[in-house]
Design a protein around this ligand. Sequence first.
Ligand SMILES: [Zn+2]
Length: 433
Amino acid sequence: MLDPYTPGVGSPDLTIDHYDLNLDYRIGPNRLSARAVLTGRVLAETTSIVLDLTGLRVTKASVNGRKVRFSTHGKKLRLTTETLPTNQPVRIDVSYVGNPQPAIGTWGDVGWEELEDGVLVAGQPVGASTWFPCNDHPSDKSKYRIRVLVESEYTVVSNGALVDKTRKAGRTAWTFESTTPLATYLATVQIGRYRQGQIAAEAGVPKSPVPLGLYAGEHWRAASTRLRVQHAMMNLFIERFGPYPFEVYDVVVTDDELEIPLESQPLSVLGPNHLGTEWEAERLVAHEMAHQWFGNSLTPRRWSDIWLNEGFACYAEWLWSEASGRISAHECALNWREALAGEPQDILLGDPGGPDMFDDRVYKRGALCLHALRQEIGDEAFFAAIGEWTATHRHSSVDTADFVECVSRVADRDIAEVVRPWLFELELPELAD
Ligand SMILES: [Zn+2]
């Protein structure tokens, strides 16, 4: 098994370097006709390749140019091959059709989802297979080329840079290329009647060095005004976390309200209900932006290390609270320490278990762990360590041991004992005043 948090998902015997996805999509009938070409290699000798694929019907498959037999069982696609030795490079070519739908499970609806008038993909943690055959695990990061053909009234947003846009007979093909690797759960397609533009900085605020793009429809005006705050956020996060890991940062604002915002790479998806001036909305704008460093550039090797995403993204909210003239990060920490003390202490932050990995206590206790570490080693060492963390492991996979090693090296002392009670004991540690 690749990961006990997502049993049955992903394959330990395969690694994919590149996904080339060619999607022909009809919005009205929600009809997908697609071809995926995966290049990678097998990690152990085998006579079959097993991929994740949910709710779609394969019509044709080949491996290294030879047609292969295939079968589907539940959410698995098995391609029967000749004997492939360890490290054999493979080129897997799969044609498939269907009406893509979210997968319903432990974490609610995940994957390809129809909006009132468009599409949203919410891949985390196991939704990628609802729209393409994949090795669905964050440890297997890959580059992507995604081409989507849709009716020309719609705009498509996907991962990386738009490298081609070709119009033909009332339909338009949008091609995106991501040259930095990404986890399957971050692969995305957003389709809507969106216009695209840049978000201006607020008067008197230095413009972010990273272009901040916006895709929105009905809520364009509200979004382009409210999201100006992102310039100051981006400047703060670059100062605190180190250089922004991608070329651009885009936000998609859907016409439909969304229960939660979604992180993707290098973009986030918000609903119009996340555009308010109140803290509860603004903190989520900061949270999603911070995921570009924590989760997207540095991706957990196993889901059990989800605190490396969510603890950091939550701590980024507290840093923004302070920088935006609200309460300080320290006050946020004290408040949340007290709030958590009133909750059951039955989740281990360093290994919360699959069903609870997105529990809010993981987010808040993760941020508290970082704050406690900051108090212990001091601001200078703490932020130097975070900068080192995001630089050393840029665009790669990480785990808690890597984090402890990195901070210990920068702080010039072993910090394992500082974080251990937060990560590996149930009882909630005290925080210094
Ligand atoms: Zn998050």
